[in-house]
Design a protein around this ligand. Structure first.
Ligand code: NAD
Length: 442
């Protein structure tokens, strides 16, 4: 898979495995209800009025639009699109745009809510938004996709802006689509405004370090977690589920810290070798053959469920929503889980793992590197002054380490059951502070 772009929540090209997972998610759990449950879980530990929490559980507004787009054969197709602006108390709405047949109002709304708490956890001055179009991009030519994207950008135009709402890539969108949206917006507004969208190609104002950012924040979180738990990441055994942008970069960077990546997988299956793998060589094999399976140094093939229940020091889910449910959680043997994927654990799995004393460091911290470097891209766009990769990485590390410290402080001070609740407690407090400081507008 070519990694040629990055996103706030995903960096995926046309990926059948990932696409399948989203269909599964729709069948398994309503993501909007999961979000509301997570907010309620954390609110139980906060001294906040229920009506104020209720306000946080619903989006401020959702655009639902029908695009009419001419196809290459001259026919006109009607296509559904959404943009949810969940909460803007802490700054402009921020979040990706997804192209997928499973896109619907609840999914987009939930994803926009998670963005609110992710931005607040890592302390960047954004609210949360998310958008989507209900299409399978594989069904369209490039010129049709350009017309669909520009049509959606015209609908978004009154809502978005450098200080209003800043989209980014998500599933099945990337630099190409971001560049089209930027161009449409700038043409219609008769201006230049690169900060209206992030995840752009470098020559259109994209940031250095954006492609590696999610794997990097995952490994920074793992490093801090091991330190906090007084164990050594050097020599630790690691299993990584999913070998796309987030997973493979996490595998590479954790290996560079001296850990031993003993198992990896993708949608075709997994491989395990006690002595560990060279993550770069495995990536090269996947690039050539389309999968990690059959890598010539593989000790043995394993299923994805086997990978998730291996007796390892660190498990990094980096593939799908709902990868570990309540049943599978009973068999997990890892000591620490650091979530690169969005929502890889169901709420039931979270409960089981908490009961079993397995430490889970949540997605809204661990994968926040993507949106954090999107924030850096926006800052650079506003300043028209660009940083080198070293500067981007240093500033990312500083924010993730600070966010980790805030999370563990909340965990101890409030005597919380797990680190997910701690992250939500920190994030909700920050959003509510901004809300209260803003006062009430009748
Ligand atoms: P990607 O498309 O680059 O990679 C996804 C990987 O998961 C692929 O290797 C695919 O084969 C694998 N996969 C699919 N189905 C699988 C299955 N059933 N079992 C095992 N592996 C399977 O996507 P990505 O950008 O790496 O995103 C992965 C996760 O990370 C998603 O949950 C995404 O929301 C999250 N994330 C990514 C970013 C980012 O910037 N890339 C940011 C935040 C969160």
């Amino acid at each position: 898979m070519d990694i040629n772009y990055s996103s706030d929540t995903y960096s995926a090209t046309l990926n059948p495995g990932l696409a399948d997972s989203i269909d599964t998610m729709a069948e398994e759990a309503n993501p909007f209800e999961t979000l509301q449950e997570q907010i309620d879980d954390a609110a139980a530990y906060l001294d906040v009025r229920p009506d104020v929490i209720e306000r946080l559980k619903r989006p401020e507004r959702v655009l639902e639009t029908t695009l009419s787009v001419e196809m290459d054969d001259g026919s006109v197709e009607t296509i559904k699109g959404y943009r949810s602006q969940f909460n803007g108390d802490r700054g402009p709405y921020k979040g990706g745009i997804r192209y997928h047949p499973g896109v619907d109002r609840d999914e987009v709304t939930a994803l926009s809510g998670w963005m609110v708490f992710k931005c607040a956890t890592v302390g960047i001055p954004f609210g949360g938004g998310k958008g989507g179009i209900e299409i399978d991009p594989a069904d369209y030519s490039e010129s049709e996709l350009e017309r669909i994207t520009r049509s959606f950008a015209r609908e978004l135009r009154p809502l978005i802006g450098e200080d209003k709402d800043i989209p980014a890539p998500d599933v099945n969108t990337g630099q190409r689509e971001m560049n089209w949206i930027k161009d449409t917006y700038e043409t219609l507004e008769n201006t230049t405004a690169p900060g209206v969208i992030t995840g752009k190609a470098p020559d259109s104002g994209g940031s250095a370090g954006r492609v590696e950012a999610t794997g990097r924040s995952t490994v920074l979180t793992a490093r801090e977690a091991f330190d906090y738990l007084d164990t050594d990441i050097e020599g630790a055994s690691v299993a990584v589920q999913g070998y796309g942008n987030a997973g493979w970069i996490a595998a590479k960077l954790v290996d560079e810290l001296g850990a031993n990546v003993v198992a990896v997988s993708d949608s075709s299956g997994g491989i395990y070798r006690e002595g560990g793998f060279d993550p770069v060589a495995v990536k090269e094999h996947k690039r050539e053959t389309g999968s990690v399976v059959d890598y010539h140094n593989a000790g043995r093939e394993i299923t994805n469920d086997e990978l998730l229940t291996l007796d390892v020091d660190l498990l990094i889910p980096a593939a799908l929503e709902n990868a570990i449910d309540g049943d599978l959680a009973k068999d997990v043997q890892a000591d620490v889980i650091v979530s690169a994927a969005n929502g890889p654990l169901t709420p039931e799995a979270d409960d089981v793992l908490t009961e079993r004393g397995i430490h889970v460091f949540p997605d809204i911290l661990a994968n926040s590197g993507g949106v954090t470097v999107s924030y850096f891209e926006w800052v650079q766009n506003r300043q028209r002054y660009y940083w080198n990769e070293e500067t981007v990485n240093e500033r990312l590390e500083e924010l993730i380490v600070d966010a980790f410290d805030d999370l563990t402080t909340a965990y101890e001070e409030h005597d919380l059951p797990n680190f997910r609740t701690a992250a939500y407690v920190v994030a909700i407090e920050r959003v509510l502070d901004a809300y209260e400081q803003g006062g009430n507008w009748p």
